[in-house]
Design a protein around this ligand. Structure first.
Ligand code: F3S
Length: 293
């Protein structure tokens, strides 16, 4: 079994930055550091930070005082304002890519444009972006959503940062038909683009693909979707113990990719386990081939 890792896989700079900020803050704010929702979409990393003292809250009012980390996905402008009013110290882990989308939608809303976000309306990043344009954006994720939109004069289109370019391009072409003046901004981040291209190239070459990452992670789900387009055997796992090792041992080449919130140690653990399984299988086959004389 030959295992090949995608050229770009695992932690992106935005997630790494949010975790670094949290780890540094944990050193100085022992017992008094909160995260507003899960810091990233990876339960293993979140558990590990919670073991070290990070407390997760779902409502700003639940913090009596202290310090709060804003996750890489970002939050709405009114939520930031509320925290400032309450004198809560903000440690801003919002990914700079997401922040630039906040600025863009706010700027264009102020210029009189209708904002269209291409993405999942329930995803925290999209909820956050919408909160920078007075919660007035049209959020579309398929052609049916776009058909329900009214005809508009000025439209500014942005994307959830983890979209596939294919989806963004297809839907933005449809949205363009709804407006007189349309500005389109491809706000898919570079880390997403690199991971998607590397996954596609690898999936074309291998017999099976292992996609490692949180089941709630949007960018991981997109890597799974891309892998399935180019490879017949795709396994999405959070940890290696979920992988049916016996069934994958029949494949000659296996590709491994991982979402932007999957830490190195989870990727290494998976590869190490598959490699060892390989060796154990080989040993077993050799032992079975011995004949008694
Ligand atoms: Fe930022 Fe892109 Fe990562 S938006 S958090 S660099 S997946």
């Amino acid at each position: 079994m030959n295992i090949i890792i995608a050229e770009h896989a695992g932690f992106c700079f935005g997630v790494k930055r949010a975790i670094d900020k949290t780890e540094n803050a944990l050193k100085v704010n022992k017992g008094c550091l909160y995260s507003y929702g899960p810091l990233i979409h990876n339960p293993q990393v979140v558990d590990e930070l919670e073991n070290r003292g990070l407390k997760q809250i779902q409502n700003i009012k639940d913090i009596p005082n202290g310090n709060i980390v804003i996750r890489a996905h970002g939050i709405t402008k009114p939520e930031i304002q509320k925290m400032e009013e309450l004198n809560i110290n903000i440690i801003d882990g919002t990914c700079p890519y997401v922040k630039s989308v906040h600025k863009r939608v706010e700027e264009y809303m102020n210029k009189g444009y209708n904002i269209v976000i291409i993405g999942d309306k329930n995803h925290p990043e999209v909820v956050g972006i919408n909160g920078w344009c007075s919660n007035g954006a049209f959020i579309v994720n398929n052609v049916e959503d776009i058909k329900k939109m009214p005809e508009l004069d000025k439209i500014c289109i942005v994307s959830q940062t983890t979209n596939t370019y294919e989806q963004f391009y297809k839907l933005s072409e449809e949205v363009k038909k709804k407006g007189q003046v349309v500005e389109v901004f491809n706000t898919i981040c570079l880390a997403t683009k690199n991971r998607q291209i590397a996954t596609m190239e690898l999936a074309k070459e291998v017999d099976a693909m292992i996609v490692i990452g949180g089941y709630e992670s949007s960018n991981t789900l997109k890597l799974k979707e891309i892998s399935e387009k180019f490879c017949k055997n795709v396994f999405h796992i959070e940890r290696i113990n979920e992988l049916p090792l016996q069934s994958i041992s029949k494949f000659n080449t296996i590709g491994v990719t991982a979402g932007a919130s999957t830490p190195d140690w989870i990727i290494k653990e998976a590869i190490y386990t598959m490699d060892n399984f390989n060796d154990n299988e080989m040993m077993e086959a050799i032992e079975n081939s011995f004949t008694r004389i």
